[in-house]
Ligand binder design. Structure first.
Ligand code: HEC
Ligand code: HEC
Ligand code: HEC
Length: 471
């Protein structure tokens, strides 16, 4: 720690003092390590605006159920960024969600996962952000959530309930690889922030680790070790391949926020870290959803060919929706995914059966793939499926049309128990389901008096419980 407190001095050394070669070397090592940690933690994903923003200059809009939250400039700019942060202030922001001015951050900044990061990793990241990142002299849009969510102090109460700020403790009964995986999945890599379901208060449901949750209009599936609901039937190598490339044949292709995780972070991790993550997932607590009868990648080997269906005579009482869906699928999807849904020969256009996007008991990823497309840059490969929602250059589809196509795909290639309505599509088009907490917002002002009392009671109860536990 002490060494880092004198970062300023070492920074000066970097910019030209002589006779400090070894200090310089270790400082450069530290910055390089910090860059790796920041990559694993994917700070880039949120703090760089994907639409041409300068690295780490913020201004990326995160649409939370409570309103839009803008990420901040975390370059070393003294005026607009974190150039004035001390190591302690940096650590407190990243691991406890508290700004230097004492205000609480919203948990859209995943400090609930980063809280488990080690001191060494935080120090290395601090060195990187102070000395390895170019300052960007540019302000970001202010976040202005509606009352009562603009009361950042409320987050302090939330933290009492949902922030586990204990440092990561290796489990001595488990292997080094397992422990490294646990650290990455629940800490730096924050897989849990998306893959663990959240309750009505937006806290992670700790009894169902990695059991799947909505991220805006996308569904981050169950990645616990359960063979039916989770990734239990993926091999270690298939998981590593997925993280490295964003696709595993017969399983899934990463779109939406998972594509970003692969693009900005996972593809750059050393193979040993990817193996540790896969090993940990394969050995995590299995969480089964009783509604699941079979694995999501095992659906659809019926080999229905949409073109034959369209040529064939339909009985006059045939379901119009299916005919509509078949015609739409044939027109908009079959050129790439093929009339039988089996994908192109080399699978660059993937099969729609044996694909978790169509086999899960949640159709969000199928619908969102149609609405928002797939866009992923890995190495020098750019994977692209056009979007059919707003701003599409191939043609916009209506909610009803997307519902029809989805139902055609689900019935013939995927999980036929799931059906999609236009309303489902409209909800995802608007950014995903809204939580109860946000729905209550208009009623909160009048209910606030009561609310404050309830929160106080909760805090009191929590504190007394914690004290009791410590005894
Ligand atoms: C999932 C999105 C996300 C990721 C990933 C993320 N951040 Fe943030 N971060 C945010 C948001 C949103 C805010 C602003 C929250 C607010 O206004 O309350 C923020 C705020 C901050 C702040 C406070 C800045 C200030 O002075 O207001 C710091 C420091 C920070 N992030 C550092 C990091 C670092 C370092 C990483 C990687 C280890 C990281 N963030 C990863 C979303 C993210
Ligand atoms: C920002 C949110 C987010 C983060 C962080 C994230 N994921 Fe995902 N993940 C998703 C979404 C959404 C999908 C669905 C992608 C799709 O089908 O297009 C997904 C899909 C997956 C799948 C495929 C599951 C299946 O059944 O098809 C695996 C495996 C996976 N993620 C592992 C991880 C691991 C390991 C981490 C941490 C290193 C991680 N994810 C971090 C959102 C996220
Ligand atoms: C121009 C070619 C093209 C067209 C047209 C097309 N797709 Fe795709 N589709 C792709 C590519 C490329 C991928 C991603 C492959 C990868 O990630 O490796 C993909 C992926 C998908 C996925 C998996 C997404 C996920 O999140 O896992 C689904 C589902 C899908 N397409 C359905 C459709 C449907 C339905 C249509 C018609 C509305 C359609 N596609 C039209 C090329 C296309």
């Amino acid at each position: 720690m002490k060494k880092l407190l004198s970062l300023g001095l070492l920074g000066a050394a970097l910019s030209g003092f002589t006779g400090m070669a070894s200090a310089q070397d270790s400082q450069l090592d530290l910055i390089a390590k910090g860059k790796l940690v920041a990559t694993a933690a994917d700070c880039q994903a949120c703090h760089t605006n994907p639409e041409g923003g300068k690295p780490f200059s913020g201004d990326y809009a995160i649409h939370s159920p409570m309103g839009t939250i803008y990420t901040t400039n975390i370059t070393p700019s003294k005026q607009f960024g974190i150039g004035n942060y001390t190591l302690q202030q940096f650590s407190r922001a990243v691991r406890e969600g508290v700004r230097p001015d004492g205000e609480n951050l919203y948990p859209a900044m995943p400090y609930t996962s980063y809280s488990h990061m080690s001191d060494e990793d935080i120090q290395a990241m601090y060195a990187y952000f102070q000395l390895g990142v170019k300052p960007v002299e540019q302000p970001t849009k202010p976040t202005a959530l509606p009352f009562p969510f603009n009361m950042r102090i409320a987050m302090a109460g939330w933290n009492l309930m949902y922030l586990d700020s204990s440092a990561f403790k290796p489990d001595p009964t488990k292997s080094e690889q397992w422990n490294r995986g646990a650290y990455l999945v629940n800490g730096a890599g924050h897989c849990d922030t998306c893959h663990t379901p959240r309750n009505l208060m937006m806290g992670e449901v700790t009894s169902k680790p990695l059991a799947g949750g909505m991220v805006g209009p996308w569904y981050a599936p169950n990645i616990s070790s359960d063979p039916i609901s989770g990734i239990g039937n993926w091999t270690q190598a298939q998981l590593v391949e997925y993280m490295k490339t964003g696709r595993t044949l017969g399983k899934n292709q990463a779109a939406g926020p998972m594509a970003e995780a692969v693009q900005n972070s996972l593809q750059y991790l050393p193979e040993s870290d990817l193996n540790a993550i896969a090993f940990y997932l394969k050995n995590s607590t299995p969480v089964r959803d009783p509604a699941d009868q079979k694995a999501a990648d095992s659906f659809g080997s019926k080999q229905v060919n949409v073109e034959e269906g369209l040529r064939g005579a339909h009985p006059s009482n045939a379901n119009n929706t299916i005919i509509g869906g078949a015609a739409l699928f044939s027109g908009y999807c079959a050129s790439c995914h093929q009339p039988d849904g089996g994908g192109s020969k080399n699978q660059a256009y993937p099969s729609l059966y044996n694909n978790t996007a169509t086999g899960l008991n949640n159709a969000s990823n199928l619908i969102s793939a149609i609405l928002y497309g797939v866009d992923r840059q890995v190495g020098d490969q750019h994977v692209l499926m056009p979007k059919f929602g707003e701003g599409s250059y191939v043609g916009q589809l209506t909610d009803a049309q997307i519902a029809d196509i989805s139902n055609y795909v689900l019935t013939n290639f995927g999980n036929a128990d799931i059906q999609v309505t236009s309303h489902d599509v409209a909800v995802l088009r608007a950014g995903g389901p809204v939580t109860l907490l946000a729905k209550l917002q208009p009623f909160m002002a009048p209910a606030m008096g009561v609310g404050v009392i309830i929160v106080l009671a909760l805090i009191f109860w929590l504190f007394s419980r914690r004290k009791n536990r410590r005894r």
